[in-house]
Design a protein around this ligand. Structure first.
Ligand SMILES: [Zn+2]
Length: 414
């Protein structure tokens, strides 16, 4: 049972973390993409040491790792908990001024600068009556994605250290840079981390357990025309820009696009076009929950590109598929207890599990394929990557309890 007299530390920690500007940068080629992330990471090392995780350290890439040693005689698998320090490049995370709206009574939440979190477009607010809701002043991101996750993991470690009567196996902690720019696992040393299974604490709504992500490929198509001086081009020029335009017109209009799909439907999505008369490159991302469907979509694109070449005699095209990541369900299905124990922890806390498939990738999907099965659990935040981002104090505390309980479930069932 959770000690109901415990003074949670997650909110105080969170309010401290959001003051650090840790926005990652999509344009950058360095790692981390912006070194300002390291300021928070360095201080997290000190905080882990203060809690009592003595081996806490940051590696040359900015990954913070630490260990809570086992205190049980049982042979429990080593479990990891992971969260990311960076915030989205989409909205500034500088000079964040968090505000706690105590005892929410329903309706819209008006931020200091007049921006509104509308109850109508945020149905989750209905379940948060009486909660204390943390927002910004309306000028920046809050950064609950994923500083709430870091604060909750920290608080769970603090709880376990101050409650040594709770038996647990070895627990590993990692705080990563650059998740938001898709590079959070780029230098993640799975072997050094030493966990057998892990959880990212990076989901939204209370109860979320995410074990499925998209499978993803990229496709690059080069349309190759023929350039000659436009003044003397009659009957000779083949303009590859017009080939690309023709090709894009052939794409299905009512299906297979991000704009026309939801739930478990996949899509093909042009993300950039670049070129001149001689050569134009169209880049796509291809997404579905089923690996075989990716091949189907790629065959369709290839067929349309071939048709385009036929329509422009003398032209040619080059078609390249680049594998990106795969649905982590393929891996997690081989280790069903990872999901089961998370659901068991929620049951014990009386939290209704929400099991959804992520229409995107997570660090967990990449880690799962790097040998570390890693589903994603809720951290409590809402409206990620937007000025209207918010998180409830009560949900952060629930996530802390979930982490502690999950660690207990692993010990008990081993
Ligand atoms: Zn996140």
């Amino acid at each position: 049972m959770f000690d109901e007299n415990y003074q949670f530390t997650c909110v105080d920690r969170f309010l401290k973390y959001v003051k650090y500007d840790t926005q990652s940068n999509e344009e950058s080629e360095t790692f981390p993409s912006d070194p300002k992330q390291l300021e928070l990471s360095k201080d997290l090392v000190e905080e882990l040491k203060e809690i009592g995780l003595e081996d806490a350290h940051m590696d040359e890439w900015g990954y913070v790792m630490a260990t809570l040693p086992s205190n049980t005689d049982k042979d429990v698998p080593v479990i990891g908990f992971i969260a990311h320090v960076d915030t989205s490049p989409a909205v500034s995370g500088k000079d964040v001024k968090p505000k706690i709206h105590k005892n929410y009574q329903g309706g819209d939440i008006v931020l200091e600068n007049g921006k509104v979190i509308e109850a109508d477009s945020n149905p989750e607010l209905k379940d948060m009556i009486g909660f204390d809701i943390i927002t910004t002043d309306g000028t920046t991101l809050l950064g609950a994605d994923d500083k709430a996750g870091i604060a909750e993991i920290m608080d769970a470690m603090n709880y376990l250290v101050t409650h040594p009567e709770i038996k647990h196996g070895t627990i590993k902690i990692c705080f990563t840079p650059d998740e938001e720019v898709g590079r959070g696992t780029e230098h993640f040393d799975v072997k050094k981390f030493g966990a057998k299974y892990a959880y990212t604490i990076d989901g939204g709504t209370r109860g979320e357990v995410e074990t499925e992500t998209f499978s993803a490929d990229a496709v690059n198509i080069d349309f190759i025309g023929k350039n000659v001086h436009p003044g003397y081009a009659k009957g000779k020029m083949i303009n590859s820009i017009k080939m690309a335009a023709h090709f894009l017109e052939l794409l299905p209009k009512d299906r297979l696009s991000p704009e026309t799909t939801e739930g478990r439907e996949g899509y093909v999505h042009p993300v950039s076009i670049n070129g001149n008369e001689e050569k134009t490159t169209v880049k796509f991302i291809i997404r579905d929950f089923i690996d075989e469907k990716l091949k189907e979509y790629e065959d369709l694109l290839k067929e349309l590109a071939d048709k385009t070449v036929e329509a422009f005699p003398g032209s040619s095209m080059e078609f390249k598929v680049i594998e990106q990541y795969r649905n982590m369900k393929n891996i997690l299905d081989q280790h069903p207890q990872v999901e089961e124990f998370a659901l068991e922890a929620l049951r014990r806390l009386g939290i209704k599990p929400i099991q959804s498939a992520i229409r995107g990738g997570t660090d967990g999907s990449r880690l799962s394929y790097m040998g570390l099965p890693t589903p994603n659990l809720f951290a409590g935040g809402h409206n990620f990557h937007a000025i209207t981002e918010y998180v409830a104090v009560q949900d952060m505390e629930a996530a802390t309890k979930m982490i502690v309980t999950l660690i207990q479930v692993w010990e008990e069932k081993s």
